[in-house]
Ligand binder design. Structure first.
Ligand SMILES: Nc1ncnc2c1ncn2[C@@H]1O[C@H](COP(=O)(O)OP(=O)(O)O)[C@@H](O)[C@H]1O
Ligand SMILES: [Mg+2]
Length: 282
């Protein structure tokens, strides 16, 4: 059984079509990344999957259940990180989590464990309102995994965070996957997606325009197949990887011009650019 299954999902807000016939499967223990620029429909799709919004057409299944009618038991298996954080500013980190542990009837010992896991072990008594942006995001993440969900939705989990916090979060997500968690994340950071995700989908104007493993996608779009050469005079040149280039490269070698040679598969950013004519950060 797929953890997530979307069949021909449409979503309209009034006249505006935000999602158009989206089909998607996510397997157990997969880190799946939904990529697209701002306004592409990423958050809308998460809201449909978590029963916060109805689809206009099509079916969305989570753990095999229709997402519009998820049962209490299924919600207990889901964790979510969205912008509406639901953190109580005046409560300490510990008390914020204590509140949730009583709702979910979770052993209090788990609170310390989770705070340590997100690197907030030393901030138990700090009130949430006093946390830095990166710490706050880690507290939100801590809350979302407190009940050991089998499926975690993360809407732009590292957007605007410093590299150290981003790294902590990435490491935690890898650990969660090892423990069997399925992770559905959205990002407009292609580098993050390439590093984190087993599979990604590129969402553009409501359509999934590409799907696959990040590396495989990059290779697929490596039509130009270029070789990149760094020269002693600090120049960088790109040469087509073909027999005709052999003479030219040999000559550079003989002259001792070459510092290093690299293959140059396009990165995901370039794949997206090639598909849409647009960058992700616009
Ligand atoms: N409740 C809503 N009512 C009307 N339009 C909405 C609503 N929610 C989102 N939209 C529109 O749907 C589009 C996709 O939004 P969203 O899913 O938030 O994109 P993303 O998360 O990829 O940035 C945007 O054009 C946004 O303005
Ligand atoms: Mg969004």
């Amino acid at each position: 059984m797929k953890v997530i299954k979307l069949e021909n999902i449409d979503k309209c807000f009034g006249e505006k079509k935000v999602l158009i016939s989206v089909n998607l499967d996510v397997e157990k223990q997969e880190i799946f990344g939904l990529l697209g620029p701002s306004g592409a429909g990423k958050t809308t799709l998460i809201k449909i999957l978590t029963g916060q919004l109805p689809a206009s057409a099509g079916k969305a299944y989570v753990f095999g259940e229709n997402s519009e009618r998820l049962k209490e038991n299924s919600y207990r298996e889901i964790g979510m990180v969205m912008d509406n954080s639901g953190i109580y500013e005046r409560l300490s980190c510990y008390d914020n989590l204590k509140l949730f542990s009583s709702i979910y009837k979770i052993d209090k010992r788990r609170i310390k464990e989770v705070l340590t896991a997100v690197g907030l072990g030393g901030e138990k008594k700090t009130s949430a309102g006093k946390l830095s942006k990166g710490m706050r995001q880690r507290l939100i993440l801590a809350r979302s995994i407190l009940h050991r969900p089998k499926l975690l939705f993360l809407d732009e989990p590292t957007s605007g965070l410093d590299p150290a916090t981003t790294k902590t979060i990435h490491e935690l997500l890898f650990r969660l996957r090892e423990e069997g968690t399925t992770i559905f994340l959205t990002t407009h950071n292609m580098e993050e997606a390439a590093k984190m995700c087993d599979n990604i989908a590129l969402l553009h104007e409501g359509n999934i325009i590409e799907y696959g493993e990040p590396e495989e996608l990059c290779r697929r779009y490596n039509s130009e197949n270029q070789i990149r050469i760094f020269m002693k005079n600090n120049q960088m040149i790109n040469i087509i990887n073909s027999p005709e280039s052999a003479g030219k490269i040999e000559q550079m070698f003989r002259q001792g011009d070459i510092v290093s040679i690299h293959s140059s598969e396009p990165d995901l950013e370039q794949v997206f650019l090639r598909l849409t004519g647009r960058g992700l950060e616009e």
